[in-house]
Design a protein around this ligand. Structure first.
Ligand SMILES: Cc1cc2nc3c(=O)[nH]c(=O)nc-3n(C[C@H](O)[C@H](O)[C@H](O)COP(=O)(O)OP(=O)(O)OC[C@H]3O[C@@H](n4cnc5c(N)ncnc54)[C@H](O)[C@@H]3O)c2cc1C
Length: 365
C-alpha cells in the first residue's frame, strides 16, 4: 500500500515532538518544515510531569537523561504581610514529580534524533496553505499567533490578554538542596525551577507596566529576598507577553493545529507543553488505530476523534489555570481571607492527592 504523507510545520518543541512521535507509525511518511531564519533563542526551561517524561522517553530513543533534572519536592508559598507562608508541599521519596529541561538543549537533541531517523526536513517559510499540497495530513505547529490559523478555523475561541509579561532567566547560585518552588508574590507568581545542582531558571509573571527601567536589578533583588541569599548571577533574561487562547475548532479537512496554537495558557502552573504532549500521545494512538484498520485519512474520522478526545481537557485545564491565577491576584478585600483558605489547604490531604494526580496525568477525560 502507498504510504500516506504527513507534513509538520514548525520546529518548536511541539513540531519536533510531533514529527518524532508520528514517525513511529507504520504506513506514514513524515516531513518537517521549519522557517529559514530564526530571531529569538529559546532560553527557557520547561517542567514536564513524570507521565509525560515517560512518553518523551518512549518517543526519543536513548534519551539523554542528563538533560533532565528530576524533582521530587515542590513547595508553594504565598506572600502575606510579614512572610512567605509555605502553604503546600508535594514530596515523594521514591518517585519523581517532574523533570526540568533547558528548551534549547532538548531541541538540539530532538533535531539530532530527527536526522538519525531520516525524517525529511525542509527549510521554508510557509505563508500559504497551497504550499502544503500533496500531503494527506498537514499539522501546523506554528506557535501561538500565526495568521495562517485564520484561514482554517472559525474565530470562535476563548481569548484573554493578561496584560502581563513573564520575565524568564537562568540563575547560578550556591544554595544547598534547592527545591522546585512557586511563590505567589504580590507582584505576581515567581517559579523557581532547578535544572542542575547550582542553576535554576525563574519565571516571574508581572504586570506589563512593571518597571522597565532597571528591571534586571529589580529581578535580582526580589530573587535574593525570596531565597534569602546574596550570591546569585543572572543570565539569559527574556520576556514573553502572556495571553490565554483556547481554540474551539481544531481542524479543517486534512489540516490540524497542534501546540501553542491550539491552547496558550498562563505559565503559572507549568502546564502548556504538558497539554501538548498529551495531545501528541493521543493523536499517535488514534492514527495508529485507523492505520491498523487499513483506512486512509480521507475515509476515517481521526481528526474528529482527536478533537473529541482532547478539547474538553484542554479547555478545562486552561480555565482552571486562569481561575488559579485570578485567585492569587492581589485583592485588598479578599487577601486576608486567602490566608485562612490556604492554611486549610495545607491540611487537606485529599486535595493534595487530586492536585498531584492532575499535574501528572491531566484530567484523563
Ligand atoms: C514563560 C513560559 C514558561 C513556560 N513554562 C512551561 C513549563 O514549565 N511547562 C510546560 O509544560 N509548558 C511551559 N510553557 C509552554 C511551552 O513553552 C510551550 O507549550 C512549548 O514551548 C511549545 O511551543 P510550540 O512549539 O507550540 O510553539 P513555538 O515554540 O512558538 O514554536 C513555533 C514554531 O513555528 C515556527 N513557525 C512559525 N511560523 C512559521 C511559518 N510560517 N513557517 C514555518 N515555521 C513557522 C517558529 O519558527 C517556531 O519554531 C511555558 C511558556 C512560557 C511563555
Amino acid at each position: 500500500m502507498k504510504k500516506q504523507r504527513i507534513c509538520i510545520v514548525g520546529d518548536g518543541l511541539s513540531g519536533l515532538m510531533t514529527a518524532l512521535a508520528l514517525n513511529k507509525l507504520e504506513g506514514w511518511e513524515v516531513h518537517l518544515i521549519s522557517k529559514k531564519n530564526k530571531l529569538l533563542k529559546d532560553k527557557r526551561t520547561t517542567a514536564v510531569s513524570a507521565s509525560n517524561f515517560d512518553f518523551l522517553n518512549s518517543v526519543v530513543r536513548k534519551l539523554d537523561k542528563k538533560l533532565f533534572w528530576a524533582s521530587n519536592k515542590i513547595n508553594l508559598f504565598y506572600e502575606t504581610k510579614d512572610q512567605n507562608m509555605n502553604f503546600l508541599n508535594f514530596n515523594e521519596d521514591k518517585k519523581n514529580l517532574m523533570y526540568i529541561f533547558e528548551n534549547d538543549k532538548v531541541k538540539v537533541k530532538l533535531l539530532k534524533e530527527i536526522k538519525k531517523q531520516k525524517i525529511k526536513t525542509l527549510k521554508k517559510n510557509i505563508n500559504n496553505l497551497k504550499d502544503l499540497s500533496g500531503y494527506d495530513l498537514k499539522i501546523l505547529c506554528l506557535g501561538r499567533s500565526s495568521k495562517i490559523y485564520q484561514n482554517i478555523i472559525d474565530k470562535r475561541s476563548l481569548d484573554k490578554d493578561y496584560k502581563e509579561i513573564a520575565i524568564t532567566g537562568y540563575v547560578k547560585h550556591s544554595i544547598k538542596n534547592l527545591n522546585t518552588a512557586q511563590y505567589f508574590l504580590k507582584d505576581g507568581p515567581l517559579a523557581i525551577l532547578p535544572f542542575s545542582k547550582n542553576s535554576f531558571s525563574f519565571v516571574w509573571s508581572v504586570n506589563k507596566n512593571f518597571p522597565k527601567k532597571g528591571i534586571s536589578a529589580v529581578v535580582k533583588s526580589k530573587i535574593c529576598e525570596v531565597l534569602k541569599t546574596k550570591n546569585i548571577k543572572i543570565s539569559n533574561q527574556q520576556s514573553y507577553p502572556l495571553t490565554l487562547n483556547l481554540k474551539r475548532t481544531y481542524y479543517k479537512k486534512d489540516i490540524l493545529i497542534l501546540g501553542e496554537g491550539l491552547h496558550t495558557v498562563h505559565p503559572v502552573a507549568g502546564q502548556g507543553f504538558n497539554l501538548v504532549l498529551r495531545d501528541i500521545n493521543k493523536l499517535q494512538e488514534i492514527l495508529k488505530y485507523y492505520t491498523g484498520l487499513g483506512m486512509s485519512l480521507k475515509s476515517c474520522p481521526a481528526l474528529e476523534d482527536f478533537t473529541t478526545n482532547r478539547k474538553a481537557e484542554n479547555i478545562i485545564t486552561g480555565i482552571g489555570i486562569d481561575l488559579t491565577h485570578n485567585f492569587f491576584k492581589q485583592n485588598k478585600l479578599l487577601d486576608p481571607l486567602k490566608e485562612t483558605i490556604l492554611k486549610n489547604v495545607s491540611k487537606n490531604n485529599t486535595l493534595k492527592k487530586i492536585s498531584k494526580f492532575i499535574s501528572n496525568q491531566g484530567l484523563s477525560i
